[in-house]
Design a protein around this ligand. Structure first.
Ligand SMILES: Cc1ncc(COP(=O)(O)O)c(C=O)c1O
Length: 424
């Protein structure tokens, strides 16, 4: 377990109540992983294909168990979610210059992976509930009949109306890949996020549901896509014989015809990730309880809006996003400073100079002509707050109350200023 002080969440600091738990601490690694990692290190067989068969490989077993958890046919373990997106796009047949639709609110790794695949990101508006704007998706699809891929980030675990997204993709022959880096364990209509399209991509970077430091997974039900992906990820000279894959004929067929980009996961990372699959649902339940407790407290403030999530979504949120309403930039800054002084580090996406989730900071793309007023407006007032798994109900209630109290103080400052100005 992490060294997290499990005492009362509040300390009195100079007469002021301050939340003192470190919100940056990643989720703990289950103790079952420790022994296995030691065994792997002692054997020196860190390479996924070092053993004699799939049964001897932590990576192959992780793939099998991950696919079973999601209810998909195939999973391929790779070095990161970015690798999964890149390999997935290449396996789906993307060509240089192809356009890839994507929500404008996502992490820089997403457009970067599109660029890595030689393609061109085509941004779609994101609503102030943080999911893709369906009307703009329809508009961009109609305006760009040559755009045949949608890379849909379920950003911060907010899942869009998947019935509509899937219908649009099917009607327009668009390949749907879900970036479920933030949505492992999240369901919509009882179906796992990441399983609605032809491919799903997941991350095991430390702030995600599974913490393996780094790592990722590509999933699919399509044996052709998966066979190509296995070879693209680096299964040279029939190394794929040490993987669980039921179509060796396809691997024989594609071997040598696709480059090997060597983006394989290693055995140590796989051994760290594997026992975490069993914890996804219990962790998810805790995340959900904490999220709705703090959301209800925050929504009591007239200056805070925690937007409703889409119907039929069962989220597993390890962070909360909320929009500030009716406050000027200066007051928002004061609110952020006040909460930071009280131990709660909130980021407003659009306020930091270099936030990697703001499209205008992706300077490797030419975004100067992008017209994304809905996304831009949302990013300017949307707050982001981590809710790590060690928090309990008392912690999140304390945090919620401190935040509401801080915003009340900002409001009162505003009123005092207004009165003073009137008296002048
Ligand atoms: C929404 C989103 N998608 C994809 C990625 C890429 O994940 P990775 O770091 O595993 O490449 C990230 C990284 O944090 C992310 O936030």
């Amino acid at each position: 377990m992490n060294e997290v002080e499990n005492t009362m969440p509040l300390v009195i600091d100079g007469g002021r109540k301050t939340f003192h738990k470190d919100l940056t601490i990643p989720d703990p690694i289950p103790s079952q992983a420790y022994g296995r990692v030691e065994e792997i290190m002692k054997s020196a067989k860190l390479f996924r294909y070092s053993g004699k068969s799939a049964d001897e490989s932590e990576t192959a077993l992780l793939e099998k168990e991950f696919a079973e958890y999601l209810g998909v046919k195939y999973a391929l373990a790779v070095t990161s979610c970015s690798s999964a997106i890149f390999i997935g796009l290449m396996a789906a047949g993307i060509e240089r210059g192809d356009k890839v639709l994507m929500p404008a609110f996502t992490f820089t790794a997403v457009p970067s992976s599109i660029v890595h695949a030689g393609a061109e990101p085509l941004m779609v508006e994101t609503d102030d509930n943080y999911v893709i704007n369906i009307a703009d998706l329809e508009k961009k699809v109609a305006e760009n009949p040559d755009a045949k891929y949608l890379l849909l980030s379920h950003m911060r675990g907010h899942v869009a109306d998947m019935d509509k997204v899937v219908a649009i993709c099917e009607a327009n022959d668009i390949v749907l890949m879900e970036d479920a880096a933030h949505a492992l364990g999240n369901t919509y209509n009882g179906q796992q996020a990441g399983t609605f399209g032809q491919m799903g991509a997941f991350s095991f970077q430390s702030t995600k549901m599974i913490n393996a430091g780094e790592g990722g997974m590509l999933t699919s039900n399509d044996p052709h896509i998966m066979a190509k992906a296995i070879i693209l990820a680096g299964a040279y000279e029939k190394q794929w014989a040490k993987q669980f894959f039921d179509r060796p004929d396809l691997l024989e067929k594609y071997q040598g015809y696709y480059p090997a980009y060597n983006m394989r996961l290693n055995e140590v990372s796989a051994a760290i990730a594997r026992p975490q699959i069993a914890n996804i649902d219990t962790k998810g339940e805790k995340f959900r309880r904490n999220y709705f407790t703090i959301a209800n407290i925050l929504n009591r403030s007239e200056f805070i809006d925690v937007p409703n999530r889409v119907d039929n979504e069962l989220p597993v949120p390890n962070s909360i996003q909320f929009n500030l309403r009716g406050l000027t930039g200066e007051k928002i800054r004061t609110f952020i400073e006040t909460t930071a002084q009280e131990g709660i580090k909130i980021a407003v996406f659009g306020m930091a100079e270099d936030n990697a989730r703001c499209f205008w900071n992706w300077r490797y793309l030419d975004t100067s002509n992008e017209e994304l007023p809905i996304t831009e407006g949302m990013l300017k007032t949307a707050c982001d707050l981590r809710l790590p798994v060690f928090l309990d109900q008392e912690d999140v209630s304390t945090m919620g109350n401190l935040i509401v109290r801080a915003i009340d103080r900002v409001k009162n400052m505003q009123e005092t200023k207004a009165v003073l100005t009137a008296a002048d």
